[in-house]
Each structure stands twice: as structure tokens, then as C-alpha cells.
Design a protein around this ligand. Structure first.
Ligand code: NDP
Length: 490
């Protein structure tokens, strides 16, 4: 018997296998105590500030500016000045070089950004490291490639930039949404004023440092932080030529009303209540992984989350059994721990909204399942949740919960699946799980959703357009289509 085998025989067998914590080091990122706005390539001293926190611990991370309409005005002025005095004369291939530089710097500094994104937003480091950061860099790489090929992208249409773009992004993918917006705007030759969400301003402020490192001319991208009032000031500003908004349907509708008749260009990427449809011939274990990825990825703070699960009746029992077993293995906790699957809820306000809708689900008669899991005492947390016995009329089947909560419904025939999937005011995304290619194509033709995944879920690629129908908004981001909203044609 070898030495190793002897030792193994003597080692006590653990009664339970626990994951040891594997925290990512925080010291790679330097957070300043106080941030101003990034206007004309300089940091300003803000008139008002507020505290931004880590939702997993409620610890204050920094003081950041609450931009007033005057400060928003300065940012728009800087963007206009940069547009008319320089940026519009920069040759397309030079513009591309800036974008390539930004992409490479994001790659080089990806760990720093990933840690900051998880700290300020609450999402697991595994996701910020493996999804948000690589995709952000990929967007800049992708649009860098288009900057000097606009004539080919839109043959015979003579594209030209619109001017100053006001961009408002939400808190669920702060850096990724910034990249989705800034990369095509710059590739098309526009200048930008960006407002990150109130709860997650830090990665946008660190991005200002990347812009300086890339030596982007001052004023081409300006960043103003603050709450909805700052966003409203940007929307209202008369010298902004285009508004690109991602966020709630309610705010999106009010922006559309406000801009009606002003001639400003507008794109809206709003909410969703996607159906993830599982047919009885689907590979069940893979489907379970897709369901989990569809709704528990980023704590369900995903506009295209597969929040309504439609299961064919004949496989309902085995599928739900497998799903519940899989849920019990999800690790909820410290976003900076590399083992964590489900991180913190982004804010107290969002947690309250999730709790309210979950209570409504129980009251209306749905059956709730949550795996046993110990939630940290400080911070904002919600256990992964599945509702079965859900009727289409219940609020949890109709409204966007934007949290780790899945509502399960059943169907018998493909027609019934289509009818139920389309029974929503939204139309952003959907998933189809079946082994039949023809069924995938037939479903994709009938589902009223901008993005349809087949035998996978929540997959993104910069070359692929993303956007909605109906109350999920209009306009596309990503791909060649994503350039069009930033261009005018002769
Ligand atoms: P909002 O739509 O309020 O936030 C999106 C962005 O718009 C933020 O930067 C926000 O600033 C800004 N904003 C708020 N009010 C105005 C306004 N009047 N004019 C211009 N900009 C404005 O979403 P919430 O954060 O309030 O979340 C509420 C719900 O919206 C969520 O529960 C979820 O259901 C949905 N949502 C959907 C998203 C999506 O990607 N589809 C993303 C985020 C939320 P501030 O951060 O200061 O409020």
C-alpha cells in the first residue's frame, strides 16, 4: 500500500461537503471618497452629492454627484462643442482606433472593473468577470470594426452622425449597457452625455479613466451621475439630438410622451416578461440549466429574463422535480465570492418590489417553493423562488418582477404554448426547448419577441441585434442594426 493510500485511509470522512469561501481581492480597485461629473475631459466639483453603497453589505462606497440641470447643461455644451469642433472631422479610421483602444484597456483592466461592478451592483463576480466585462470589450471591438465601413453598412444611403446623444442606462448591467450605448454612438461619429443609474454609478466613473487613458478628445463622452431628475434634465435639454434609454416601461413611456413632436430621435429598451417554453422532447437536464440561467442569472435583474416557464404537461412532474433539486445547489451570498451563483438584490427599493409581488403571488393562490438557504443578515437578499400553480391572470405571470422569481405555467399543444407566450404586453425575448429544428422555426415565427433563443438562454453577441416589440420598446442595439439609430441618411 502506498504512502498516499495509507494517509487516505486514516483521513476522517467529512459529514458534509461545504464550499470554502473563495473571495476575490478587493484591493485591485481604488475607489475615491468623492466623485464629481466627467465633463469636457475634466472632473467637476459637484453642486450636490449622495452616497452610493454596496447592496450586499450596505457599506458606503463613495459620495457621487447629483447633477442639477445646470450641470447637465454644461455636459451637453461640452458634447456639442466636441461634436462641432473636432470629432465630426476625425476620420472614420481614426475614430475606430479610439474604440479599439477602449476595448483593449477594458480587457487589460477587466478584473478591476469586475470587482467594482460586483461591489456596487451586487452581482456575482463570476458573472461580472465572465459575462459583463468580456461582452463590454467585445462591443467596443465590434463597433470599432464598423466605424470606417458605414458606407458599406448602408449602401447608397450616405450616413452621417446625428450629433449629441443623451444616454440613460439602468442598474442591472451598468458597464455593459454603457458599452451597448457608447460604442455604436462613437462609431457613428456622435458625441455623448451618459447618465448611469443612481445606485450603480461607479463603473461608469471608472470608465471615464479609460477614456482619458485612450486619449479620447475631451467632451466626446461626458458622464453625469444622479437620480431620475438628472435623467429627466437630459431628456428635456433642447440641444440633445437623440435619447437612448434602457429601463422601466413606465419611465420609457413618459420619455416618449415628452419627446413627441420635438424631432429628437429616440430608442427605448424596456421591460419584459419572457416565456421560456419547454416541449416534451427537450433534453431535460439541459433545459433545467437553461431555466436556471434564464431566471436566476444576475438575480433575475434582466429585462429579457425567462420569468415565465411554460412546460408541456406530460413532462411537468419530472421537470419540476429536477428544477427544485437544482435550485437547492445554488449558492446565494457574497458577490465577491467566486463560488456564488446568486448575489445581492440591487437596492432596498427593488427588494421591496420583489417582496410585494411575491406576497401577491401567494395571496392569489400560487404555490411557492424556495430551497433552504441561509441569507446574510446585512444587505438586500432574496432566495431563488419558484411559483407553481400559476394562472395567467396572476400578477406574478403578468408583471415584470425583476428578481429571482420564476412563475410556472403549463400547456398541452404548440398552439396553446404560442398563445400563452404571446399573452403579455411585452415582447422582448423568448426561449424554446425542443429537439426538433422545424418546431424551433415554427415557434420563432409565431412568438412576438425581438430575441428568441433555441435550446439556450441569455446568450449575447455584439453582432446580434437586441430589442423589443410592443411595450418592450423599439430600436435595436447590437449588430449593424445598432448603428442605425445613431445615424441620419441623406
Ligand atoms: P427606471 O426606469 O426608473 O431607471 C432606468 C434609468 O432611468 C435610471 O438611470 C434612472 O435613474 C433613469 N430615470 C428615472 N426616471 C427618469 C426620468 N423621469 N427621466 C429620465 N430618466 C429617468 O427603473 P428603476 O430603477 O426605477 O426600476 C424600476 C423597475 O423597472 C424595475 O423593478 C424593473 O422592473 C424595471 N427595470 C427594467 C430594466 C430593463 O432593462 N428593462 C432596467 C431597470 C429597471 P435612477 O437610477 O436615478 O432612477
Amino acid at each position: 500500500m502506498s504512502e498516499l493510500e495509507r494517509k487516505r485511509d486514516r483521513a476522517p470522512v467529512p459529514s458534509a461537503w461545504e464550499y470554502a469561501t473563495a473571495p476575490e481581492a478587493r484591493d485591485i480597485v481604488q475607489i475615491r471618497d468623492r466623485y464629481g461629473h466627467f465633463i469636457g475631459g475634466e472632473w467637476t466639483d459637484p453642486a450636490e452629492t449622495y452616497s452610493t453603497i454596496a447592496p450586499s453589505s450596505e457599506e458606503t462606497l463613495a459620495e457621487v454627484g447629483q447633477a442639477t440641470s445646470e450641470e447637465v447643461g454644461l455636459a451637453v455644451e461640452a458634447a456639442r462643442d466636441a461634436f462641432t469642433n473636432g470629432w465630426s472631422d476625425v476620420s472614420p479610421s481614426e475614430r475606430a482606433k479610439y474604440l479599439f483602444r477602449i476595448a483593449r484597456i477594458l480587457q487589460e483592466r477587466s478584473r478591476e472593473f469586475a470587482v467594482l461592478e460586483s461591489l456596487n451592483g451586487g452581482k456575482p463576480i463570476r458573472e461580472s468577470r465572465d459575462v459583463d466585462l468580456p461582452l463590454s470589450a467585445a462591443h467596443f471591438f465590434y463597433y470599432a470594426g464598423w466605424a470606417d465601413k458605414l458606407e458599406y453598412a448602408f449602401p447608397n444611403r450616405k450616413p452621417r452622425p446625428i450629433g449629441v446623444a443623451g444616454q440613460i442606462v439602468p442598474w442591472n448591467f451598468p458597464l455593459l449597457m454603457l458599452s451597448w450605448k457608447i460604442a455604436p454612438a462613437l462609431a457613428a461619429g456622435n458625441t455623448v452625455v451618459l447618465k448611469p443609474a443612481e445606485t450603480t454609478p461607479l463603473s461608469a466613473l471608472l470608465f471615464a479613466d479609460v477614456l482619458r487613458q485612450a486619449e479620447l478628445p475631451p467632451g466626446v463622452v461626458n458622464i453625469v451621475t444622479g437620480d431620475g431628475r438628472t435623467g429627466a434634465a437630459l431628456v428635456e435639454h433642447p440641444d440633445v439630438d437623440k435619447i437612448a434609454f434602457t429601463g422601466s416601461t413606465e419611465v420609457g413611456k413618459s420619455i416618449q410622451r415628452q419627446l413627441a413632436g420635438t424631432g429628437k430621435h429616440l430608442t427605448l429598451e424596456l421591460g419584459g416578461k419572457a416565456a421560456n417554453v419547454i416541449f416534451d422532447d427537450a433534453a431535460l437536464d439541459q433545459a433545467v440549466e437553461g431555466i436556471v440561467n434564464g431566471i436566476y442569472f444576475n438575480q433575475g435583474h434582466v429585462c429579457c429574463a425567462g420569468s415565465r416557464l411554460l412546460v408541456q404537461e406530460s413532462i411537468y412532474e419530472p421537470l419540476i422535480g429536477k428544477l427544485k433539486r437544482r435550485l437547492a445547489t445554488l449558492r446565494v451570498g457574497d458577490p465577491l465570492d467566486k463560488n456564488t451563483d446568486v448575489g445581492a438584490i440591487n437596492s432596498k427599493q427593488q427588494l421591496d418590489k420583489i417582496k410585494e409581488l411575491v406576497a401577491a403571488g401567494e395571496e392569489e393562490g400560487a404555490e411557492i417553493y424556495q430551497p433552504p438557504c441561509r441569507l446574510p443578515e446585512k444587505g438586500y437578499w432574496f432566495a431563488p423562488t419558484v411559483f407553481t400553480n400559476v394562472a395567467q391572470s396572476y400578477r406574478i405571470a403578468q408583471e415584470e418582477i425583476f428578481g429571482p422569481v420564476l412563475s410556472v405555467l403549463t400547456f398541452r399543444t404548440p398552439d396553446e404554448a404560442v398563445e400563452k407566450a404571446n399573452n403579455t404586453p411585452y415582447g422582448l425575448s423568448a426561449g424554446v426547448w425542443t429537439e426538433k429544428g422545424s418546431r424551433i422555426l415554427a415557434m420563432a415565427q409565431q412568438l412576438r419577441a425581438g430575441v428568441i433563443w433555441a435550446n439556450t438562454y441569455n446568450r449575447f453577441d455584439p453582432a446580434s441585434p437586441f430589442g423589443g416589440y410592443k411595450e418592450s420598446g423599439f430600436g435595436r442595439e447590437g449588430g449593424r442594426h445598432g448603428l442605425e439609430p445613431y445615424l441620419e441618411f441623406e
